[in-house]
Design a protein around this ligand. Structure first.
Ligand code: NAX
Length: 328
């Protein structure tokens, strides 16, 4: 069988990883014929819990799992890795200011960016799930000058999947009938889930749904506030669905998007849609042979443009804040 692909995952003792690691190990990321080696990073106090997770991985006896290494030093854990899924982050605790949150995560993602720069394999791709995901990705990338910027992206696939599910339910179709959904901007409540380029069975989704009021006053807030609704209902943030989105996003990035469809990925801005460089923002992207490209040339009306601008403005504020903290 081929040499194992080395996949690093951070926050490995956390709740997203309790779903994610098992799915990667079982072959869902790289296929049933590709061995995978897991490199799991945690903070020191969580290593004991992580040992328990590794015992459970062993007990699954997955034939695709070629090995597991754990540790609390990114310089060791990231040695030779081909893919990094950065899930672990510092959550916002009670009384914490936004600048404290950015600073705490800035320390984590700048150290991990440097470790990736110095130790990862030349082909490494880095997907950031830990929040604030877009800005954490910007920090990691800025601290990894030898890794091309387009190897860093942040997760908006969960938002994408949420939008797809809401549209399918409203139209009474299956999720596979819904294509070309886009999330623009930040993975935050300012994100803009765009139905105006989406399709339902090949027809414009907005025409099929034919209910502008629903789009503006139900669909948009439902997708934007879905994370909060899950916390409210479950008493804990989305975990299995976030793991699913992380897995799907990584798998897409390593392969291809289906003909005629696209996915949402937060990638470095390059001037597309008039959005200047300097932030990591969600766009519609296609992937071919493991390389992504922003879908160009979509017509954006004034309603959509205002929503995209607001979310990008939030990203620029976050970037300014971490710049003034000396993190990028
Ligand atoms: P948990 O708190 O259950 O797990 C996070 C884990 O990260 C903990 O075990 C912690 O010890 C570890 N960690 C902290 N600092 C670390 C470091 N420097 N190196 C390695 N590990 C470290 O959170 P969980 O529910 O798993 O969520 C993880 C992250 O995903 C959070 O930041 C969360 O906000 C974010 N999310 C992002 C989503 C997205 O769509 N982009 C959606 C789901 C989720 O809210």
């Amino acid at each position: 069988s081929p040499a194992p692909v080395k996949v690093a995952v951070t926050g490995a003792a956390g709740q997203i990883c309790y779903s994610l690691l098992f799915r990667i190990a079982s072959g869902e990321l790289l296929g049933p014929d590709q061995p995978v080696e897991l490199r799991l990073l945690e903070i020191t106090p969580a290593l004991k819990a992580l040992e328990g997770v590794v015992m459970e991985l062993d007990d699954c006896a997955y034939s695709t799992l070629a090995g597991v290494e754990i540790g609390d030093d990114p310089n060791k854990v990231f040695e030779g890795i081909n893919l990094a899924l950065l899930v672990g982050a510092r959550p916002r605790s009670k009384g914490m200011e936004r600048s404290d949150l950015l600073q705490a995560n800035g320390a984590i993602f700048s150290a991990q960016g440097k470790a990736l720069n110095d130790h990862a394999a030349d082909d490494v791709k880095v997907l950031i799930t830990g929040n604030p995901a877009n800005t954490n990705a910007l920090i990691a990338s800025s601290n990894a000058p030898d890794i091309p910027g387009n190897r860093f992206n942040a997760l908006t696939r969960l938002d994408h999947n949420r939008a797809k599910a809401q549209l399918a339910a409203k139209a009474g179709v299956t999720v596979d009938d819904v294509t070309n959904v886009t999330i623009w901007g930040n993975h935050s409540a300012t994100q803009y889930p765009d139905v105006f380029h989406a399709k339902i069975n090949g027809a414009p989704a907005a025409e099929v749904i034919n209910d502008q009021k629903w789009i503006e006053s139900e669909f948009l807030p439902t997708v934007q506030q879905r994370g909060a609704a899950i916390i409210e209902a479950r008493g804990a943030s989305s975990a299995a669905s976030a793991a699913n989105a992380t897995l799907e996003a990584a798998r897409t990035w390593l392969t291809d998007t289906p003909e005629g469809d696209w996915v949402s990925m937060a990638v470095p801005t390059d001037g597309s849609y008039g959005i200047a460089e300097g932030v990591i923002s969600s766009f519609p992207v296609t992937v071919s042979g493991g390389e992504y490209a922003i879908v160009e040339g979509l017509e954006i009306d004034d309603f959509s443009q205002a929503k995209i601008d607001a979310s990008v403005a939030e990203l620029r504020d976050e970037a300014e804040a971490v710049k003034s903290l000396g993190l990028i």
